[in-house]
Design a protein around this ligand. Structure first.
Ligand code: HEM
Length: 450
């Protein structure tokens, strides 16, 4: 097994052995789910049994045991989810749409000025949205101290976090002692520094609205009050860890799809021209009238999911499923990304699979890329808004395609993907140009007005 990309192995096993598989990895027992229906049955209908996370000794060793996604199913996790519900419910997320669109317009400006730096621009966009919403903080275009610290932590975190890696780390802990100590120090900085920024600005009377500010105001009214301070810091830092890399990774997948599938790009642009026109930039209110763009968005999430294993769960009791004995306390990575029964020719980017013959959105196509049940991703509404805003705005204003050599021939390439926590395309050759001088003017006018 390639421990950096175990889903590729699980996918092969799924084809050979079916929707649910038992295996052992260095003595650790795993149950792998490869089928969306089985996943739904276990994670939603039997959620009281399947909502724990596997205990990884590396979480404590690396000082990362406050991250919401890693917490055991219990009181501390419940308090985190209460805070997430206040900050990121569907309704609460609506109020961030304006700031998200503003940051996306800045992205368009950056792509027009230095198109070849697109990976950096996507990373900046993700960080800018998350930091503005969470801490009311405007990130610096280069070398932002908060962003650099978190990026460093993400790197160390990735090396410790997956079940498969953690199993190996636990088997040879001494080799990772120095890395763990470094990570513990950085984790504390990431928890404390941005919150101190909010507190300093509140004391000076210059604070803008932020999730941290709102959560400090939240009435807990029970014995959780004493844990409020640490929990707010942990929730806020989790937001960055959960949200920044993922959003940038998905936009890279989208860009790659548009370069490799120009006909999908052309159809989406035809729809935008017809519905929105070219006198203004698209807005969130246009979304329901753009089913093809929505299909492109859904297919981007499906084609190369940036969390191909979702996040592993653990059972709190034994269970029996379809006559199979499901042991207590085992890990359940899910690898359903290329379920051929559900998605014929899964390697092809095909937005039409999410549409009816009449061109409207097909029922039940929004799938399980954000997980399911009690531990479903609490950031899914805000993530959905950021990604959609990026997709629609790029389609409306830019034409992307393969780069050309000096003789004008398209440069072909085979896409390669990173491995790790949010696998995404490695930088690839492409050209990014304004669709017309009018769309470029609209972008510059919007960036200038903000
Ligand atoms: C951009 C795309 C994103 C994707 C594809 C994604 C995907 C996921 C997935 C698959 C899970 C595991 C769910 C499960 O166990 O069933 C998860 C959990 C989580 N996500 Fe996201 N996520 C994204 C963005 C975000 C954002 C923006 C935030 C923060 C605002 C966030 C915060 C979390 C947290 C805290 C958990 C752990 C939940 C728990 O264990 O209770 N995610 N996410």
């Amino acid at each position: 097994m390639d421990i950096s990309a175990p889903w590729t192995t699980y996918e092969q096993w799924g084809k050979r052995y079916g929707g649910i598989i038992y295996c052992t990895l260095l003595g650790q027992e795993l149950v792998i789910i490869n089928d969306e229906e089985i996943h739904h049955e276990l994670m939603v209908k039997r959620s009281s049994v399947y909502s724990d996370r596997p205990y990884l000794r590396t979480n404590e060793l690396f000082g990362l045991d406050w991250i919401t996604a890693l917490l055991p199913y219990g009181d501390e996790w419940r308090l985190h989810r209460r805070m997430f519900n206040v900050a990121f419910s569907k309704r609460a997320s609506e109020k961030y749409k304006a700031v998200q669109m503003k940051k996306v317009h800045q992205l368009l400006g950056n792509l027009l000025s230095t198109p070849l730096d697109y990976p950096k621009h996507f990373a900046t966009l993700s960080a800018a949205i998350i930091m503005a919403i969470t801490y009311g903080y405007d990130v610096a275009p280069e070398d932002d101290p908060f962003v650099d610290n978190i990026a460093g932590l993400v790197e160390l975190f990735v090396s410790a976090m997956t079940t498969e890696r953690a199993t190996l780390l636990s088997a040879i802990p001494l080799r990772y002692k120095k890395q763990a100590a470094e990570c513990r120090v950085l984790a504390r900085v990431v928890l404390e520094d941005p919150v101190k920024y909010v507190r300093d600005r509140t004391a000076a009377g210059t604070a803008t609205t932020s999730i941290v500010g709102d959560l400090f105001e939240m009435e807990l009214g029970d014995d959780s009050a004493s844990r409020k301070d640490e929990t707010v810091k942990a929730v806020a830092a989790t937001v960055f860890l959960g949200g920044a890399e993922t959003t940038a990774a998905i936009l890279l997948v989208f860009l790659l799809a548009m370069v490799l599938y120009p006909e999908a790009q052309a159809k989406a642009q035809e729809e935008i021209d017809r519905v929105v026109g070219d006198a203004r930039l698209p807005e969130f209110k246009d979304r329901d009238n753009l089913p093809y763009v929505q299909a492109v968005y859904l297919e981007t999430l499906r084609w190369h999911p940036i969390k191909p294993l979702l996040l592993p769960r653990k059972t709190t009791t034994v269970d029996v499923f379809n006559g199979m004995y499901i042991p207590k306390g085992k890990s359940y990575p899910s690898a359903m990304t290329r379920d051929e029964k559900r998605y014929p020719n899964p390697a092809v980017f095909n937005p039409e699979r999410h549409l009816t013959a009449g061109g409207t959105l097909a029922e039940g196509t929004s799938s399980q890329y954000f997980g399911l049940g009690r531990r479903i991703c609490p950031g899914r509404h805000i993530a959905d808004q950021s990604i959609w805003a990026g997709v629609i705005s790029i389609l409306a204003t830019l034409r992307v395609g393969k780069a050309r050599d000096e003789a004008g021939h398209e440069i072909d390439f085979t896409p390669e993907f990173t491995k790790g926590l949010a696998p995404h395309p490695k930088p690839f050759h492409c050209s990014i140009e304004p669709r017309s001088s009018k769309t470029a003017q609209l972008v510059y006018a919007s960036v200038g007005a903000n």
